[in-house]
Write a protein that binds this ligand. Structure first.
Ligand SMILES: CC(=O)N[C@H]1[C@@H](OP(=O)(O)OP(=O)(O)OC[C@H]2O[C@@H](n3ccc(=O)[nH]c3=O)[C@H](O)[C@@H]2O)O[C@H](CO)[C@@H](O)[C@@H]1O
Ligand SMILES: C=C(OP(=O)(O)O)C(=O)O
Length: 430
């Protein structure tokens, strides 16, 4: 079994080039099914979730070919709208194939979404949107079927703000007959990126990035090319790394506005942030102030940055409180941080942190991608060695997490567990 070893490290300094956003890439790759000609996507990261999409593409006859930094997709010969339930369930964003294949072929059979298993993650708003557009949705034990003789534009008012269902409804409505209006839509950059991509292919989507999106359905979509937006979540975690011991980290290839709430919070706790053209530099002084974080939907503080931020706040003297309003039980990293000596209590739906205490390395287990980032940051701040299992979760989101942290001077290495270590590793849950 592999694990990542992180050792106590001094100030982290350096520059990291940020890859394309995982969450946008997964939407764009499925959206490419909707085109009637060849599509080229630049900046798609080489991560595990994308490899699963490549497997799904092979199964259904959608050709995906890597050419340097580009993926060239030929959707003209898709011969099946049945997605293997195992593949669909091995990552979250498989639900985008439901919206895209439904719009193109009027029918799709697909497994339930998987992904980070930190809480129940319903898809009722996706289903509500498909039904509103005229589709019938049937749920079976390991898959669901969505069918429509014809999709017709509709007014859809989401019960809650969801980026996944907003994007999925856009995919399905882009080729529906007539006008669709999405209300209470998510404002996330990934929603805007997907709308930009579809519009490049000839879709007519207006207002993406506001709570009301209007879609005028079109009968076909052309080919075209697009560059995925940079990964604001990876960037945010690297900027936090600068705060661990008073270092300085620059992230380049980033859209600073995408990180507004994160940057504001870093300044609030005493870090210095400077934004330039496509780059952000964060510096720490070695002294951090405790704060209150409430993760919310964009442009609020991202839930995907809540876990790494919790690790950073372990170093801020005093009491911090972290609440996640998007996934209120997303705290699987907390028992693991406690193994390193963190003083954190979960009360109701918040983590109460008493920061400024020494941390000491131990075995810990990453249960999801951002829990992994959180443990990595804490491991770099802890005395001695921290060994993190659950590497496969990190690999869902990072191309090469070890190399990118080494680039800023972190002492990290990928290791293979030997028999002695297997015995030494204590039960890691709880
Ligand atoms: C692949 C992908 O893009 N994943 C991201 C996506 O996940 P995901 O698509 O699961 O998240 P959503 O934005 O849809 O979820 C936002 C909120 O809406 C709720 N909800 C969602 C759908 C639904 O049908 N019903 C419902 O109640 C969720 O439980 C959550 O409370 O956005 C999350 C919130 O920014 C991020 O943490 C994930 O990294
Ligand atoms: C929750 C995440 O991913 P997913 O939705 O793909 O599980 C994440 O990227 O933090």
């Amino acid at each position: 079994m592999r694990y990542i070893e992180a050792s106590s490290t001094g100030p982290l300094r350096g520059t990291v080039h940020i890859p394309g956003a995982k969450n946008s890439s997964l939407a764009l790759l499925a959206a490419a099914c909707l085109a009637d000609d060849i599509v080229s996507l630049e900046g798609i990261p080489r991560i595990e979730d994308v490899r699963i999409v490549e497997g799904i593409g092979r199964d259904i006859g959608m050709e995906l070919r890597r050419e340097d930094e580009r993926i060239v997709i030929d959707p003209r010969f898709i011969h099946s709208a049945a997605i293997d339930p195992g593949k669909a369930s091995s990552y979250r964003a498989s639900y985008y194939f439901a919206g895209a294949l439904l719009a193109k072929f009027g029918s799709v059979t697909i497994g339930f979404p998987g992904g980070d298993d930190f809480v129940a993650r319903p898809i009722d708003q996706h289903i509500k949107a498909f039904r509103a557009l005229g589709a019938e949705v049937r749920l079976a034990s390991d898959h669901y079927v969505v069918e429509a003789a014809e999709l017709k534009g509709a007014d859809i008012y989401f019960d809650t703000v969801t980026s996944g269902a907003t994007i999925n409804a856009m995919l399905a409505a882009s080729r529906a007959r007539g006008r669709t209006r999405l209300r209470n839509a998510a404002l996330d950059p990934e929603v805007v990126d997907t709308a930009h991509f579809l519009n490049r292919l000839g879709a007519r989507i207006y207002g993406a990035g506001t709570e009301c999106i209007r879609i005028e359905g079109v009968p076909y979509l052309n080919g075209g090319s697009h560059t995925v937006i940079p990964d604001r979540l990876i960037a945010g975690a690297f900027l936090m790394a600068a705060g661990l011991r008073g270092g300085q980290v620059t992230v380049q290839n980033i859209i600073p506005e995408h990180l507004g709430s994160c940057l504001a919070k870093l300044e609030e706790i005493g870090m210095h942030v400077e934004c330039g053209d496509g780059r952000i530099t964060a510096s720490g002084t070695g002294m951090l102030k405790a704060t209150r974080v409430r993760a919310g939907m964009y442009p609020g503080f991202a839930t995907d940055l809540q876990q790494p931020m919790t690790s950073l706040l372990l170093l801020a003297g005093g009491k911090s409180i972290v609440t996640d309003r998007v996934f209120p039980k997303r705290f699987a990293h907390v028992p693991q941080l406690r193994r390193l000596g963190a003083d954190i209590e979960i009360r109701r739906e918040s983590a109460f942190i008493r920061g400024g205490l020494p941390l000491k390395g131990d075995w810990v287990h990453a249960t999801d991608v951002r829990a992994g980032t959180s443990l990595l940051l804490a491991g770099l701040a802890a005395e001695g060695r921290t060994r993190i299992t659950g590497v496969e979760h990190l690999e869902r989101g990072y191309e090469d997490v070890v190399a990118s942290f080494r680039a800023i001077g972190a002492q990290v290495a990928m290791r293979e567990m030997d028999e002695r270590e297997l015995g030494e590793r204590l039960p890691l849950q709880g």
